[in-house]
Structures are given as C-alpha cells and as structure tokens.
Design a binder for this molecule. Sequence first.
Ligand code: AKG
Ligand code: FE2
Length: 292
Amino acid sequence: MSTTELTHLTANRIGGSFVADVSGVDLSRDMNDAWEAIHTAYLEHKILTFHGQSLTAKQFHDFGEKFGSIEPHTVVMYHHEEFPGITVLSNRVEMGRPKGIRDAGSHWHSDYSYKAVPANVTILFALEVPEQGGDTRFIDLSAAYHALPEETKQRLEGLTALHHYRCTKDREHPEGRWRLLSETEREATPEVVHPVVRIHPETGEKSIFVFPGITSGIQHIIGMEAAESDALLNGLYKHCTDKRFEFTYKWRAGDLVLWDNRCTMHHASTDVLPADHYRTLYRINTKGTKPV
Ligand SMILES: O=C(O)CCC(=O)C(=O)O
Ligand SMILES: [Fe+2]
C-alpha cells in the first residue's frame, strides 16, 4: 500500500499493484492546478478513481485534452452531439434510438489495440449507474509480465502479433462489429502488428500487450504455426487473468475513472445488465504512441 501526498490531492493505492483513489480535487475547478500531480499519479498507479465530480461535457472534454490528442470513437453514431471526441455509453433508448453504446467491451481488451497507434488514456465519467451491476474490471499487465517465469519472458522477446478489428465479434452482432462500419471507417482500421510485450513510452516498464477479449481482434503471433500461436497466447491469457492481477471497480454516479491502456486491460460487465438498470457514462480516449 502506498499513499502519495501531492500538492493538491491525495492518491491512495487501493488495488494491490495498481489503482489509486484520488481525493481533494474538484476537476471542474482545479484541473489546471492539479494537472501535474494527476499526471504523476497516473503514471505511478496506472488507474485513478475520483468521486463526487460534477462536470459539463465541455469540462470533461477539456480534462481529456490534457492527456493529449482526443480520438473520436470508431463508430461515429455514438459520438456526443456537441463534442464528437466524447462517446456516450448507455443502455437507454430514447425515441427508439440507442442513446449510446450499450456494451463497449464485456471481455478483456485494451482500447484500440487494433489500431496502428492504440490509446493512451481512457476516461469514463458516470452520469448515472445502476444500484447493482455494470462494474468495470481491470488487470495490471505490467505486474503480470513481471510475474512470468524468466524462460517465458525470453521466449516472448521480439515476438509480434497481428491485430484486426475484423476479428471482433459481439453478442448482438455475431458477424462482428466490422459489419457496422462504413467503408471509410473500415479503411481507417487496417491490419496492424504490435509487439507481444511493449515498453511503456513514459515509464520504460514492460507489459504484456495481447488480450483475450474478442474485440482485441488478435489473430495470431507472426511467423508461428496456428497451434503453437494459440497455445502460447492461451497460456499468456490464463496467466494474465489470474485474480492476483485484478481489481474490480463498483461505480457511483459522479465517479470519474481513468486508466492507462498501455499497461492495463479492462472488462466491462454491461452484457449482463438488466435493461431497466440504467447506466450512462461519457467516455474519452486519447491517442497514444506506436507500441515498441
Ligand atoms: O463500460 C465499461 O465499464 C467499460 C467500457 C469500455 O471498455 C470502454 O469504455 O473502453
Ligand atoms: Fe474498452
């Protein structure tokens, strides 16, 4: 357990190897003054949780921009009408139209790993949450890497994997979300190759960068027979998803949670949320750097 005392805020470790609960900051007022402390805590704890925040869409957008260039979601129909950089996640249907993405990823993934330049941070701000359900689960992939046997670390050295959005499927769209994309959206999401272990561009720490979830769109390890690739990937997935690397977050309205996609993966649980248990969040993510 570590507690970091910073100029404006306190970040208390709540999740073993990662995740800190931040107090003493009102993001609608203090985000500029507190920015350096927030960024330092972000790199140290990988995931930060804030409570009791009251932010307009503009303030939320301004906060997102501090992390870098905001990247609008691949599926355009769920963009916020005033700020396309904000995506709405919601199971509400208004005037016969979904208010947002009902299930943005109930499987282990890291955002935009199927892009040449995947996400840096993802920030969610909860406008309404159900009393039960809709938790978000997280895994510390850096801790998972460090816990691998030396022999496996060496075996992973230099390996790369192919990622593609076309390999994505979900329950509602058995043929995959690929089907929902326009020609322009498809052109913007070609096949990409990333290292299986990446080095964090800001901390230099190594993390596993392959994900069990179907939307991670991983097909195989480059240059390996399918059976060997499957065995290696499945072994890694089993290791990563061990409970000792996991933290589950239970949402309250007014919570803002942000995570580093470069060294963690996450899992929504909105696939099993009853239809009348409303959950609506704003979401932003920023563009990271090409994994090395
Ligand atoms: O709704 C959630 O709990 C997380 C959804 C998700 O995977 C995302 O926003 O990237
Ligand atoms: Fe996600």
